[in-house]
Design a protein around this ligand. Structure first.
Ligand SMILES: [Zn+2]
Length: 205
């Protein structure tokens, strides 16, 4: 996953870097005695190790990683975590139970903390769901019966169990996926710039 970022203001700009510098990178002035409003704040890293997440929906680029390869439009692959670090996902070879490869994911929790019944049964639900005939390799179609269909169908089974309304793909994408990938894109832009130049500057909001 990515490094933590910090943001501070100086020279009437917002400046991002990996750690608080001794001197402002723009004016070279000593940052030792900064005013309170110039104090650095940390920017949350939007990525998590999916193998350490339980009951989550995960997203990652189909090829490569977010920080290195994502351009805002890259194809995303999605999966569902069980409680033991395995990420269930569907592709042309059927349902995969990955124990690696999802170390830099966007993670969306699927259960509220008080849903003990579902938590107890989660691994069994996920395994039973995955062994149903719908997710055999020959059923796979890149555009219409894919990793998204698999994950969303499972999520809708969970929502039904919770007595909630089902979501269609566009609702799910707009409500859960787009806000997070947008945030991730911003973080990636800043992260890459700091890697190249040591810092990143924007106008104050
Ligand atoms: Zn400055």
């Amino acid at each position: 996953a990515g490094k933590p970022l910090i943001k501070f203001s100086h020279c009437e700009k917002s400046i991002y870097s990996f750690s608080a510098p001794q001197r402002c990178p723009l004016c070279r002035q000593d940052m030792g005695s900064r005013r309170l409003e110039e104090a650095p704040v940390s920017i949350a890293n939007p990525f998590t190790n999916g193998h350490q997440e339980k009951y989550c929906f995960l997203l990652r680029p189909t090829q490569g990683t977010f920080l290195r390869d994502y351009d805002g439009r890259s194809d995303l692959h999605v999966g569902i975590t069980n409680t033991n670090g395995a990420v269930y996902n569907y592709n042309m070879h059927g349902v995969q139970r990955d124990n690696s490869g999802w170390e830099q994911s966007i993670s969306i929790p699927l259960l509220q903390p008080n849903m003990y019944g579902l938590m107890d049964q989660w691994d069994k639900y996920l395994e039973d769901f995955s062994t149903s005939g719908s997710w055999l390799p020959h059923r796979y179609k890149e555009d219409s019966h894919n990793c998204y269909s698999y994950a969303l169908t499972f999520i809708n089974c969970v929502l039904t169990t919770e007595g909630k309304e089902q979501l269609d793909k566009s609702e799910f994408t707009e409500r859960y996926v787009v806000p997070r990938t947008r945030l991730a894109s911003k973080y990636i832009t800043v992260h890459r710039a700091i890697e190249e130049q040591g810092f990143y500057v924007t106008d104050l909001p």
